[in-house]
Design a protein around this ligand. Structure first.
Ligand code: FES
Ligand SMILES: [Fe+2]
Length: 436
């Protein structure tokens, strides 16, 4: 990895390679429930920009630079009243589009407001998420057709969790399949896993083989292991541009989920998880009916604050060593001594530092998906910078729809593409797209 590639991958501010690539896409920025009509504005850090989000009296959402275009007082302090936000410094008022609608300190100059515009971004709301388009187009592109984002609120569980590190190392945890048998399941004895659970193959053989490929939407891998005689155990997972993933732990045909790693700035990332409610739990109790050690699924949140980085933080964090319990680690059951799958991922990726030093790494054959994904990102960002090539999924959002991940077993003679296609045909689709 050369320094230029590394810099281009991790920086997300305006004018950076990755920042410009991400600004081509609609970005899931907040939960609809975070914004109340005429409620307090919310500080929102997104792609290195300091924004505020608010919901006006009519329910519309505004997202704009937090600085008032008059003399830069923060609109976070503003009065959210009667369909607009009013700066508390000199009373200028802005609607959700950023139009200045009142300048009450300029008594004799009612037309002045028409020359002023706050730096606002296009927003949209769908199924419980607030989306922001930070690109330059006069007409925003269509909203994404990422499958779980199309499910109605009643069908999907949405979680936000902040991670205190660069977006790329956070995302790469999702496409790094061989860590599962160590970080999460290093203490699980294969003999304790029920016979009918596919999970036993992950812990019986902790060094899978891989296929990796580029796809229309991003990249995909298939990790595979021999299951019983004449059978192959497959784990498929995906990366979708610019920051979406699907992980392999779950029954493929019902594993309807999408995960976004949305950069707040270069050192903070908001994980946005969307999971179909009818998806069965991927790993149940062991043979003796006990929960697998360290597998707790809940998130332990700190209370949200109004700070730029105050939303959806976890209790386990760098300052408290992610609540690692050395006794639990020593006793063997919980390999890490950290409770909870997400908390374990959080600990290792945050422990790399605010931004992984790619020049210090030694990537191995088990990291081929990570290498392919970095190349795919750089290729898309550089094509955009060079001649304006629009990246996949912006004008053709349907390419993101037919993408699924998960695990299953097939006859060993079946090739990996055939295995994927066959499982896709069997996949449950709660929604049918008109295009299908
Ligand atoms: S700084 Fe906002 S109205 Fe003057
Ligand atoms: Fe993980």
């Amino acid at each position: 990895m050369i320094r230029k590639d590394s810099e281009d991958l991790v920086r997300v501010g305006p004018g950076t390679a990755m920042g410009e690539l991400m600004r081509q896409y609609w970005i899931p920025a907040a939960m609809s429930s975070e914004l109340k009509a005429d409620g307090a504005p919310m500080r929102l850090a997104l792609l290195g920009e300091k924004l505020i989000a608010f919901r006006d009296s009519a329910g519309r959402v505004g997202v704009m630079d937090h600085r008032c275009p008059h003399r830069c007082a923060s609109l976070f302090l503003g009065r959210n009243e009667q369909n607009g936000i009013r700066c508390i410094y000199h009373g200028w008022k802005f609607d959700t589009q950023g139009n200045c609608v009142d300048t009450p300190n300029l008594a004799g100059n009612p037309g002045f407001k028409n020359r002023i515009k706050a730096k606002g971004y296009r927003t949209a709301e769908r199924n419980g998420l607030v989306w922001v388009y930070m690109g330059k187009r006069a007409e925003a592109p269509p909203l994404p057709q990422i499958e779980a984002t199309l499910l109605p609120d009643s069908e999907v569980t949405i979680n936000f969790v902040q991670r205190e590190c660069n977006w790329l190392q956070a995302l790469e945890g999702d496409i790094d399949t061989s860590h599962f048998g160590f970080l999460h399941a290093g203490g699980v004895d294969p003999d304790d896993v029920p016979e009918d659970s596919l999970f036993r193959f992950t812990v019986a053989n902790r060094a899978p083989d891989y296929h990796v490929t580029d796809t229309d939407a991003g990249t995909m891998y298939a990790a595979y292991r021999e299951a019983e005689l004449g059978k192959t155990y497959w784990r498929f997972a995906n990366f979708m541009l610019p920051f979406w993933t699907q992980t392999p732990q779950g029954k493929f045909t019902e594993h309807l989920h999408n995960r976004a790693w949305v950069p707040m700035d270069d050192h903070h990332t908001m994980f946005v998880s969307l999971m179909w409610r009818h998806h069965p739990p991927s790993i149940g109790p062991d043979k003796h009916g006990r929960a697998m050690p360290g597998f707790r699924r809940a998130f332990d949140y700190l209370p949200n604050t109004t700070d730029w980085n105050g939303r959806w933080r976890l209790a386990g964090r760098p300052e408290n060593d992610w609540l690692i319990d050395r006794e639990a680690q020593r006793s063997g059951g919980n390999y890490t001594g950290i409770e909870g799958i997400h908390a374990q991922d959080q600990a290792v990726t945050e422990s790399m530092g605010p931004v992984t030093d790619h020049l210090f790494e030694h990537l191995a054959p088990s990291d081929r998906m990570i290498m392919a994904t970095r190349r795919r990102l750089l290729k898309a960002a550089r094509a955009l910078a060079k001649d304006g090539t629009v990246p996949p999924g912006v004008d053709d959002p349907a390419v993101m729809y037919p993408v699924r991940s998960g695990d299953f077993i097939t006859d060993a003679r079946l090739g990996w593409r055939e295995a994927y296609d066959r499982e896709m045909r069997a996949a449950i689709r709660p929604l049918k797209l008109a295009a299908e």
